[in-house]
Design a protein around this ligand. Structure first.
Ligand SMILES: Nc1ncnc2c1ncn2[C@@H]1O[C@H](COP(=O)(O)OP(=O)(O)OP(=O)(O)O)[C@@H](O)[C@H]1O
Ligand SMILES: [Mg+2]
Length: 158
């Protein structure tokens, strides 16, 4: 199950993140892909806003994990950039725990994980098109995430 959306401006990305927030109320594990400055953290911030997270959402590049508990569901935000090629496989079991239950977990730089993520997750690939335009591609891997992508697609193509 795949769905992709072109966002010509940051405001379009905000609308996409708002629709996304409506589809993940049961929780979801999201791995974000895309080059530096593509718009991974921007999407996490906008989704957290849509879930009414009160704290300021910042990039967790230096702490690996930020967590927010003031919104509708808990939001966890990992940035694995600093782990580079080693380390990711050693925290896969920990990451798996964040994929369970009613919580929303984002992982930036999931491509550092050499192996495929071995549990249900939703991939978001962000690419530049031009200027402020970005393409967000969603792919559900596993039953739960496939349903989320389907709901998102229905919500945005009505
Ligand atoms: N349509 C758009 N969608 C998302 N971000 C946009 C858009 N247009 C402009 N931007 C800007 O692009 C930048 C994206 O930066 P962001 O920190 O989200 O990138 P990133 O993918 O997390 O990079 P990194 O790999 O360094 O963490 C932000 O400054 C954001 O405001
Ligand atoms: Mg980032």
């Amino acid at each position: 199950m795949r769905f992709s959306k072109t966002c010509k401006t940051l405001d379009d990305t905000k609308k996409l993140a708002q629709a996304f927030a409506q589809t993940v109320t049961e929780g979801c594990f999201v791995s974000l892909y895309g080059e530096i400055g593509a718009g991974k953290t921007a999407f996490v911030k906008l989704a957290a806003d849509a879930l009414e997270v009160k704290e300021k959402v910042t990039s967790p590049s230096f702490v690996i994990l930020n967590e927010y508990h003031s919104g509708k569901i808990p939001v966890y935000h990992f940035d694995l950039y600093r782990l580079e090629n080693e380390g990711v496989s050693t925290i896969l079991d920990e990451l798996r725990e964040y994929s369970e239950g009613q919580q929303l977990t984002f992982v930036e730089w999931a491509e550092f994980s050499q192996d495929e993520i071995p549990f249900d997750h939703l991939k978001i690939n962000v690419t530049y098109s031009d200027d402020d335009a970005r393409i967000y591609e969603f792919e559900g891997v596993g039953e739960k995430s496939k349903k989320i992508v389907e709901r998102l697609k229905n919500l945005l193509t009505e």
